[in-house]
Ligand binder design. Structure first.
Ligand code: KIV
Ligand code: ZN
Length: 517
């Protein structure tokens, strides 16, 4: 392998997705995986196949659809996990099993209750068993950041002999400082020499995840495990956009090192993940935050206008941030102008149905707004592609004036060409909407989270509502998305979208059991 190439291993769909409030349904995971492929990620950790039938389904469907990135599934060092991973990734063009066991004294003593010898034995067996499914096996020493280097050398010898080709050294609890982590990586990568690729996976508990990742790269790591927008357990993981752009921007510090990331896809990927999860990066987040390329003070604006590099170390367009184009859409714009616009915005995989549906919605929006901005169009297209499942479709909503003290909602929805109507009172307007939808669909949803965001500019901005709803004890929570100028309309759409997601997952899984796939 080229010694200067840094392999980018993205774990947004596993470590990112397992963090609270970030779960995604299968269709959403597939969309993210296809976008990660377009971004040029080398390895996509698509999930933890053994966690649930839904997770298995998502990993295997991603494995079937992604062609240019390797698909990986995480497994504890136990046979059933490894088997589920092996089966889930088997149809991928390129595939990997990632298995792990904790190696720090504190984890071995209190969590695993295992001796060092037992841990080594389990690790070796896990790698040997994984090799019966795939050639490419990655082994992680969980909590490597607090593990003894001498023990890691011992276990490294054993798992490399068993067939592991990547050794990942996670700073699981985000404890290390960059100088310490760099020294650890140097010692272990010198020790591994050419026998395996050394990988890092840093958590951000002290805000040092990306600094640690970069220090590791400077000290011999050739794989970085990262997530979009830095999502991940607790304070998150090292973010892909920060690590990749640091390597690209600071050639003086990283020399010939490079990644294969197609950097103009960074911003579209970040937007997709934020839209799907409903978790927005903070405004001042490096690279992808709303303010990352905004210059507020007069002195800065003056400087940038005179010479961009006075206050910008990267060009916004290199990460896919483009200023609004001059082609402004309004109510007289036709389908051709609309198609042009979405192509200009980088949506190259929009089906004719998605385009037509988004165009209809654009017309309705253009009637209410004088100018439809690039952001409005971006949101319409993304929303359309996230809400492809239209089992139940909102036709109309009427809510009572709450000033009389009795919140009420009348809802009409379409189901298999039939329009159904109902009305209900509730503790508040939202509650009345949800109760009416529950009665119409027959599903008793339990709202777990509700977020409303103004996603475009101006007083007639589009509101995006994200709901997280659970429908029964055994299945995960389902995310729904709704977009409208009117917040209550967006709320009703988001709730119905969660119902649709639940139904489609239920149907897919029951078909799988019937056919024993
Ligand atoms: O943080 C961690 O240690 C992990 C491993 C399972 C790789 O996520
Ligand atoms: Zn992790």
């Amino acid at each position: 392998m080229d010694k200067n190439r840094i392999i980018v291993f993205d774990t947004t769909l596993r470590d990112g997705e397992q963090s609270p409030g970030c779960s995604m349904n299968t269709e959403e995971k597939i969309k993210v995986a296809l976008q990660l492929e377009k971004l040029g990620v080398d390895v996509i950790e698509a999930g933890f196949a053994a966690a649930s039938p839904g997770d298995f389904d998502a990993v295997s469907r991603i494995a079937e659809q992604v062609k240019n990135s390797s698909i990986c599934s995480l497994s504890r060092a136990v046979e059933n996990d490894i088997k589920q991973s092996g089966l889930a990734v088997q149809r991928a063009a390129m595939h990997r099993i990632h298995t792990f066991i904790a190696t720090s004294p504190i984890h071995m003593k209190y969590k695993l209750k295992m001796s060092e010898e037992e841990v080594i034995k389990r690790a070796v067996h896990a790698v040997e068993y994984a090799k019966t499914f795939v050639d490419d096996v990655e082994f992680s020493f969980e909590d490597a950041g607090r593990s003894e280097v001498s023990f890691m050398k011992e276990i490294m010898d054993a798992v490399i002999s068993a067939g592991a080709s990547t050794i990942n050294l996670p700073d699981t609890v985000g404890y290390r400082l960059p100088s310490e982590l760099g020294a650890m990586i140097k010692e272990l990568s010198d020790y591994a020499n050419d026998r395996a690729i050394i990988s890092v996976h840093n958590h951000n508990d002290l805000g040092l995840a990306t600094a640690n990742t970069l220090s590791a790269v400077q000290n011999g790591a050739r794989q970085i495990e990262v997530t979009i927008n830095g999502l991940g357990e607790r304070a998150g993981n090292s973010s892909l956009e920060e690590a990749v752009m640091a390597i690209k921007t600071r050639k003086d510090a990283f020399g010939e090192l490079y990644t294969n990331i197609n950097t103009p896809e960074i911003y579209p990927t970040s937007r997709l993940v934020a839209t799907i999860t409903g978790v927005e990066p903070q405004q001042n987040k490096a690279i992808v935050g709303k303010n990352a390329f905004a210059h507020e003070s007069g002195i800065h604006q003056d400087g940038v206008l005179k010479h961009q590099e006075t206050y910008e170390i990267m060009r916004p367009e290199d990460v896919g941030v483009f200023k609004d184009s001059t082609l402004i859409l309004g109510k007289h714009s036709g389908r051709a102008a609309f198609r042009d616009k979405i192509q200009h915005l980088g949506f190259d995989k929009v089906s004719d149905e998605e385009l037509n549906a988004a165009f209809e919605r654009f017309k309705v929006l253009a009637d209410k707004k004088k100018e439809v901005t690039d952001d409005d169009v971006r949101m319409l297209i993304t929303d359309e592609s996230l809400n492809q499942d239209k089992t139940y479709e909102l036709v109309g909503l009427q809510i009572s004036d709450c000033s009389n003290g009795i919140p009420m909602a009348a809802v009409s929805i379409k189901y298999k060409d039939q329009v159904m109507k109902d009305a209900n009172i509730g503790d508040g307007t939202m509650d009345a909407i949800f109760k009416t939808i529950d009665r119409l669909t027959g599903y008793d949803g339990n709202l777990k989270d509700y977020k409303v965001l103004s996603v475009t500019e101006g007083k007639d901005a589009l509101a995006k509502v994200t709901t997280r709803v659970s429908f029964d004890e055994t299945s995960p929570e389902f995310v729904g998305h709704g977009l409208s100028i009117d917040t209550m309309l967006a709320t009703a759409k988001a709730y119905l979208s969660a119902v649709n997601s639940y139904l489609s997952q239920k149907e897919r899984l029951s078909k799988k059991t019937e056919h024993q796939i």
